[in-house]
Design a protein around this ligand. Structure first.
Ligand code: NAD
Ligand code: IPM
Ligand code: MN
Length: 367
């Protein structure tokens, strides 16, 4: 089977971190006989500059055909004043929606070498390995009605939180399936105390559990308390399943447990395609980081680890994914540090490309 990849570097540090991933993709072709048929294209502000839209129909069509899409980041101050409909972020949201990537897997793993970089105590984060499953194609991000309207002589901003039973059911299944391969525990987070969508969310998750996953330990938590518990004692969690907006917030909170937003990968998965592989998009959790773009300061690890997730979830190459994750872990243990990881003791300062060099050297050493 061929392995097709669409690479969308995007804006800001997106192209910088993706350049390192491209070298790593080539390494797997040269050294592991794992060839990828790679196409590169535009998304976000970069696409707007050329096409006047943040994702062209042609790029959208390509994304639907490939085995996996790899995205850098989108957005930036240059595009702040654009009409909402053509903002860079709309390109990413269109990809998620039209590919129907309903399960967004956001692992937060604390590498031992980085335990002192977290704003929390080493004891609280060392050995942490949790997985946030964020519903990605519905909820308040997409619910109708939405917009800014005139009412009673003033403007009113409107967004609608909305979930169908089917949407909750399928993302709950993704979470339970993942839990079975990990610590066998799921905590579902919503606000059933104030939102009807939360009441339905809790009910459906419980129903899916009781019918098909009674062997998995299930608990429910209000999402605000969940945020507090993530900071208090994150190791109580294994898999967290939550809606689109709560998942967005909670995964940024979880990012800081690992030391840096520059470390967090993600996979967004949909239904299986004809070849049995899921529709899939992989991207770092971080954004385009305009404050450091163009300076060689970006940490490429989140994007590199996103490619490792692609190896695991799209290409059934779990062992090669582990090889890449261990290469990153070794480089961190050796003290190689991009600027975002320099706030505590020593280490060897590295640019984005030097971090890439070090990961490639660790991959060579793994053979
Ligand atoms: P951000 O993630 O871009 O940056 C937040 C902070 O983290 C910044 O100080 C940045 O320098 C730092 N940071 C992020 N990634 C880093 C990395 N790899 N290495 C080192 N430091 C890193 O979030 P923001 O500033 O809120 O948003 C900037 C733009 O990115 C906005 O336009 C936003 O909409 C967009 N955004 C895009 C995505 C995406 O493409 N998936 C995600 C989040 C934000
Ligand atoms: C993320 C980002 C996106 C989101 C934006 C850029 C659309 O914050 O991937 O976490 O809100 O989902
Ligand atoms: Mn976010």
């Amino acid at each position: 089977m061929t392995n097709t990849l669409l690479i969308l570097p995007g804006d800001g540090i997106g192209p910088e971190v993706m350049a390192e991933v491209t070298r790593i993709i080539d390494w797997f072709g040269d050294k592991r006989g794992l060839a990828f048929d790679v196409t590169e294209d535009l998304v976000g502000g970069a696409a707007y500059d050329v096409h006047g839209v943040p994702l062209s129909d042609a790029t959208m069509a390509k994304a639907q055909e490939v085995d996996a899409v790899l995205l850098g980041a989108v957005g930036g101050p240059k595009y702040d004043d654009l009409d909402f409909s053509v903002k860079p972020e709309r390109g990413l949201l269109r990809l998620r929606k039209e590919m129907d990537l309903y399960a967004n897997l956001r692992p937060a793993q604390c590498f031992d070498a980085l335990a002192d970089f977290s704003s929390l105590k080493r004891d609280v984060v060392s050995g942490l390995d949790i997985m946030i499953v964020r519903e990605l194609t519905s909820g308040i991000y997409f619910g109708e009605p939405r917009g800014i309207i005139e009412e009673g002589g003033q403007r009113v901003g409107i967004n609608t939180q909305r979930y169908t039973e089917a949407e909750i059911d399928r993302v709950a299944r993704s979470a339970f399936e993942l839990a079975r391969k990990r610590g066998n525990k799921v905590c579902s987070m919503e606000k059933a105390n104030v939102m009807e969508s939360g009441i339905l969310w809790r009910e459906v998750v419980q129903r899916v559990h009781d019918a098909d996953y009674p062997d998995v330990e299930l608990s429910h938590m209000y999402a605000d308390a969940g945020g507090m518990q993530l900071c208090r004692w994150p190791k109580q969690f294994d898999v967290i399943v939550t809606d689109n907006l709560f998942g967005d917030l909670l995964s940024d909170v979880a990012a800081m447990l690992t030391g840096s937003l520059g470390m967090l990968p993600s996979a967004s998965l949909g239904a299986p395609m004809e070849n049995g592989r899921p529709k899939a998009l992989y991207e770092p959790v971080h954004g385009s980081a305009p404050d450091i773009a163009g300076q060689g300061k970006a940490n490429p690890c989140a994007c590199v680890l996103s490619f490792a997730m692609a190896l695991r979830y799209s290409f059934d190459q779990g062992e090669e994914a582990t090889r890449l994750e261990q290469a990153v872990e070794k480089v961190l243990a050796d003290g190689v540090r991009t600027a975002d990881l320099m706030q505590a003791e020593g280490g060897t300062p590295a640019t984005t490309a030097q971090m890439g060099d070090a990961i490639l050297a660790a991959l060579d050493a793994s053979l």
